[in-house]
Design a binder for this molecule. Sequence first.
Ligand SMILES: [Zn+2]
Length: 194
Amino acid sequence: MGNRLKPFRDTGTGYKPSNTSFAYYPSGARYSLGGWQNVHNDVEVIFGVEGDIINEQGDVCCEIQNSKPEFILLALHWEFYLWSPETATLGIVNAIKRHHKEIVCVCHPYDKYHLGEYIDIQQVVEVANQYHIPLELNAKTLHSGNAIIEKLDYVLANANEIYVNSDAHTLRGMKELRKSAFEYLKHKRYSLSE
Ligand SMILES: [Zn+2]
């Protein structure tokens, strides 16, 4: 992600779509985004969504406030996953298989707050590699102590591509949190390429 492009993302609304598996539903109030413009500097800002995996079939909800996102990340959040936690791996794997053409990366599959303990990380990495989808190094998960370190380290060692993401919820976090992710990589002696 270059300097010129700053992405913001949010999570999908997370309810089950009625008759489709990958949908953009009208709802609340992202209406104002259409007229939103960055007036502070000349950095282009784009808006994305963490599309929520909702079941073991890999149905994904990307709906957020009547606005089609400019990019989609795939995420499993415990509060929006409607099937039993034991099926979480299947949910992620099926979602990658079905939606790999639409997604940018797979978010935080090692987050203990989001069913990380149930997720077979080897399977997720294998399928993500197979479909050329990066896995996320999520700085917020790492910083908050929610990363299952063995699983995160497995991702870093075995994923073909890593997407470093602050997951910041504030502007300050976009700088500081992201930096902490790179520090972790340095600490683990990974070399970085642009
Ligand atoms: Zn998330």
